[in-house]
Design a protein around this ligand. Structure first.
Ligand SMILES: [Zn+2]
Length: 250
């Protein structure tokens, strides 16, 4: 049996006390660091990057925009207050159920304050309207002015609400369109009357193609799901933009 040097009891006590003290100091230092970082974030970082700051449509798109839009959009009163504050007008869409999996709840139709939707009958849940208005103001318009030298006056789409399963199949997952939680964006009407269409201009090497890629990439930072012609052949002529389910950008 190996010989162990007997340790004095007071030495062991001292070592335990020192370890406890070191642990406590490290904890205090860690919390101080967290506090300083939070203070720096509050003062030095723009609110669109901070998830705990309220969402505003007039803020540029930031790291926290998508999560804030999803959260604010889930509360009907908060969602509408943000829309109104940014100068958007809308009419309420009465709740309806088309039987089975198709329901429209907490939906509205935007009728002012952004580029007009065509067709105008585009009921969508409030969080989708919120994301669409952020994207229009903070992504589409700046990209249009920068790349095409003018603003967008109209958004052409293939629909928002549609009582169906994904890709119109008879079985399989229910489409986000069945709850008015999505829009299929087909093209843009510019101030001088020109148009930019996903179907026609996606592969255009010039400004129109460049504009479409810019707004697709920007949509990925606002919507939960953004699907473009890069995703599959079904999306060759539109962007599917929704605020539902898992995050996807393609
Ligand atoms: Zn769609």
């Amino acid at each position: 049996m190996a010989y162990r040097v007997p340790r004095h009891q007071s030495v062991e006590h001292r070592t335990r006390r020192q370890n406890r003290l070191a642990g406590l100091t490290a904890l205090v230092l860690l919390w101080s660091l967290v506090l300083v970082m939070a203070l720096v974030a509050e003062r030095g970082i723009a609110r669109q990057h901070l998830p705990w700051k309220p969402l505003s449509i007039v803020d540029p798109v930031g790291m926290a925009t998508r999560i804030k839009a999803a959260r604010a959009g889930a509360d009907p009163a908060t969602c509408r207050a943000i829309l109104r504050k940014a100068g958007l007008s809308y009419e309420e869409v009465p709740e309806k159920t088309d039987g089975g999996f198709c329901t429209v709840r907490d939906a509205l139709r935007i009728d002012g304050g952004m580029a007009g939707l065509s067709p105008t009958d585009a009921p969508m849940v409030c969080k989708e309207a919120l994301a669409l208005s952020i994207w229009e103001r903070q992504v589409v318009q700046p990209a249009a002015y920068e790349v095409l030298g003018q603003g967008v006056v109209g958004l052409e789409h293939y629909g928002t609400y549609s009582c169906r399963r994904q890709y119109g199949r008879t079985a399989g997952p229910v489409s986000e369109h069945a709850t008015a939680d999505a829009i299929d964006l087909a093209g843009f009407r510019l101030a001088d009357g020109q148009t930019v269409y996903v179907a026609r201009d996606w592969n255009d090497p010039g400004p129109k193609g460049q504009f479409l890629r810019r707004v697709r990439d920007g949509a990925c930072r606002v919507f939960i799901t953004t699907l473009s012609p890069d995703f599959n052949a079904e999306h060759h002529d539109h962007f599917h933009l929704d605020m539902h389910g898992w995050s996807k950008c393609a």
